[in-house]
Ligand binder design. Structure first.
Ligand SMILES: Cc1cc2nc3c(=O)[nH]c(=O)nc-3n(C[C@H](O)[C@H](O)[C@H](O)COP(=O)(O)OP(=O)(O)OC[C@H]3O[C@@H](n4cnc5c(N)ncnc54)[C@H](O)[C@@H]3O)c2cc1C
Length: 307
């Protein structure tokens, strides 16, 4: 049975961040079926909560004011990491810190491992989830660029349906995803990258424990000096995290020469649509994106043993 508590936490005070100035009903279902039933009944009046490290901040600042909050934290069937011959499946309530500590993530998905390590503090990573990071749909979500280059797929479930959403189709706008109002994400599947490929993640922030000004994940697979497979994804440079397909198409079946690098940097600068906000300026983001794409490609090349 779900616990249903009516919580009134008082009045708005933007300077006191301990206060949630909105009234809401809190539900803590014990099974996925119960949670899906709730979403089916409450529709857009409800918000799912996992770690709450984004949602609670949004509620304190009145950016989100759900009438109902449905916690996933008691649903044990969503707490798993399974590894098979195709890749890794991660349940919706697995904490960021637990994922980061998995040997398979460190060894087979280094760009994701580096992104997880770079996020927030250990305390926040002990609370927050990767599914929450993705569902929050911030253009700066740090796990998004790695999941984009690894071609991850999300499983979305509603009471009467289940569907798979490739991560590239999941982000629609800042804070907006492909999820319907009665759906939640139950799992992220990350297929293994190609054998002998290299991948990396880099980000620039104002200070430690801050969201990215610009982030990038790159995957390369070389055949001798020729790039056989290339994937480039950036964060915080457009309304959604994005793959830079034109740059990938340009580099495929070419060597990573200085000249090709320069062309790729220009393609990246043209494809992104950065904005000026509290963290950075449009101009800076565009310039830094060019530097990061070069640094990330060079890092992959070094790992390949090339010069
Ligand atoms: C101090 C601090 C530092 C931070 N630093 C970083 C950083 O460096 N990089 C970074 O990317 N983020 C950072 N964050 C943001 C946050 O910690 C992450 O985005 C985290 O992964 C969110 O996960 P969560 O489980 O807490 O999400 P929640 O807050 O529980 O949920 C976030 C959103 O996703 C939705 N949601 C959650 N789970 C599901 C689901 N299964 N199905 C459908 N919708 C769902 C919720 O309704 C909500 O809209 C930071 C936050 C804080 C407070």
């Amino acid at each position: 049975m779900s616990q249903n508590k009516n919580i009134n936490l008082g009045y708005i005070n933007l300077f006191n961040t301990h206060i949630i100035p909105v009234k809401f009903n809190y539900h803590a279902p014990q099974t996925l079926e119960e949670a899906l039933n709730l979403l089916n009944k409450l529709k857009d009046k409800a918000r799912v909560i996992a770690g709450g490290t984004d949602l609670i901040v949004d509620m304190k600042l009145r950016r989100k004011e759900p009438e109902h909050v449905v916690s996933l934290n008691k649903i044990r069937e969503l707490d798993y990491i399974t590894v098979d011959s195709l890749g890794v499946k991660i349940g919706a309530i697995v904490k960021l810190r637990k994922i980061e500590k998995e040997k398979i993530i460190r060894e087979r998905f280094p760009a994701l491992y580096e992104a997880l390590k770079s996020m927030a503090s250990i305390q926040v990573r002990n609370m927050g989830t990767m599914v929450g990071n993705i569902c929050n749909a911030s253009p700066a979500a740090d796990t998004a660029p790695p999941l984009l280059i690894y071609n991850a797929t999300l499983t979305a479930k509603s009471l009467n349906n289940e569907r798979k959403i490739p991560i590239e189709e999941f982000f629609k706008a800042p804070g907006k995803t492909a999820l319907k109002e009665d759906e939640l994400v139950t799992e992220i599947f990350i297929p293994y990258p190609p054998q002998d490929s290299h991948s990396t993640f880099l980000k620039i922030t104002r200070v430690g424990m801050d969201l990215s000004k610009v982030s990038i994940a790159v995957l390369t697979k070389f055949n001798g000096s020729i790039i056989e497979d290339i994937r480039i994804a950036l964060g915080a440079v457009a309304p959604t995290p994005l793959r830079i397909r034109r740059a990938e198409e340009f580099l495929k079946n070419k060597p990573l020469t200085e000249e090709n690098l320069k062309i790729v940097q220009e393609i990246v600068a043209k494809e992104i649509k950065p904005i000026t906000d509290v963290r950075s300026t449009e101009w800076y983001r565009r310039e830094v994106a060019k530097v990061l794409v070069k640094d990330a490609l060079m890092k992959c090349l070094e790992e390949e043993g090339g010069r």
